[in-house]
Design a protein around this ligand. Structure first.
Ligand code: MEV
Length: 324
């Protein structure tokens, strides 16, 4: 394609502790990982309108839903009394419906690319706010954790309505991610957990307070590289998530499998009900655990945290870099 173009890239995320409870005001801990969505944007001709397409990828379904990305872009232009005349292409390394934040990454990448193309001074908060429009379309009542982590990168201690706290790790930490194979719908899972809250409010509020404290403890354990303690926390968090309806038999089996392979702990990550499990391997065993999980028929890979946040550049910068 020709014409002025810009590119945005945004990372996937894992929630280490606190998913679902963050929607109800608890602290959560989340980290960006190295898988990315790339959004390429080109100015369209006059009257051409907006075209958003996702490049289908081979293997796991890695095709982000274009609907929410469209909504985000339309709203960005509407707020400026303009209409988009753009072509947008999304290419994702993140399996969709895997609990790894593929939609959030697609939206943040698209906003950052468009801001670069249009020369709009949108800072990190602006990217998060813009992408939240799409998150609301997908989930109804999102916490904002996914788009915040995809925008800022790193490891983030997160609570709705508070500034995100960056958690600085002294060195990289390896995690094993295991994909359960089941695609889930975040909105349905949020509804299920919210129902559990209304059915037993006191029980839920005790869990929520505990999860908040666990998130804070987990962030300290990460800073001090106390991975064994961190493992215990995340396994406990998995049980708590199961008690409010976010787990299922396959996820429980994967958690047990990872622990039987020597991991310090494991839990579902993201909305649950399918999607993925994260496990904390003992030092030096991540690749071996991932291989063994693979031999039991699950897709698995190793990631390191922290990873960077969203970035964007104009195509000419790309070309200049290649020539230099
Ligand atoms: C989804 O990745 C995490 C949830 O807590 C939803 C949210 O925070 O918006 C389930």
């Amino acid at each position: 394609m020709t014409g002025t173009a810009a590119v945005g890239e945004a990372p996937a995320k894992v929630i280490i502790t606190g998913e679902h409870f963050v929607v109800h005001g608890a602290w959560g801990l989340a980290a960006a990982i190295g898988l990315k969505v790339r959004a390429e944007v080109w100015r369209g001709g006059e009257g051409e309108g907006l075209s958003v397409r996702a490049d289908p990828q081979r293997g796991l379904s890695r095709t982000p839903d274009v609907g929410p990305v469209r909504t985000v872009i339309e709203e960005l232009y509407r707020a400026r009394n303009e209409r988009p005349a753009l072509r947008v292409k999304l290419t994702s390394e993140i399996p969709s419906g895997s609990g790894l934040g593929s939609s959030a990454a697609a939206m943040t990448a698209a906003v950052a690319a468009i801001a670069k193309l249009e020369d709009w001074p949108i800072n990190e908060n602006g990217i998060i706010e813009a992408a939240m429009v799409g998150e609301r379309k997908i989930h109804g009542k999102p916490s904002g954790a996914d788009v915040t982590v995809s925008t800022l990168g790193g490891v983030i201690l997160f609570k709705m309505g508070e500034s995100p706290h960056r958690v600085e790790l002294p060195e990289e930490v390896k995690l094993v991610i295991v994909y359960s194979g089941g695609v889930r719908n975040t909105g349905t899972l949020i509804g299920r957990v919210s129902f559990a809250r209304s059915a037993r409010p006191r029980f839920f509020s005790i869990l929520s307070e505990s999860v908040s404290m666990l998130s804070e403890l987990a962030s300290r354990d990460l800073v001090e590289l106390k991975l064994e303690e961190l493992g215990r926390i995340i396994t406990l968090n998995h049980t708590v998530l199961g008690s409010v309806g976010a787990s299922n038999a396959v996820l429980d089996d994967i958690v047990e499998l990872c622990i039987s392979l020597g991991c310090y702990g494991a839990k579902l990550t993201g909305a649950g009900g399918g999607g993925s499990v994260i496990a904390i391997p003992r030092p030096g065993t991540a690749e071996q655990v991932s291989k063994q999980v693979g031999e039991r028929g699950f897709k698995s890979f190793v990631v390191t945290i922290p990873s960077g946040g969203v970035r964007a550049w104009r195509r000419e910068e790309d070309e200049r870099e290649k020539r230099s």
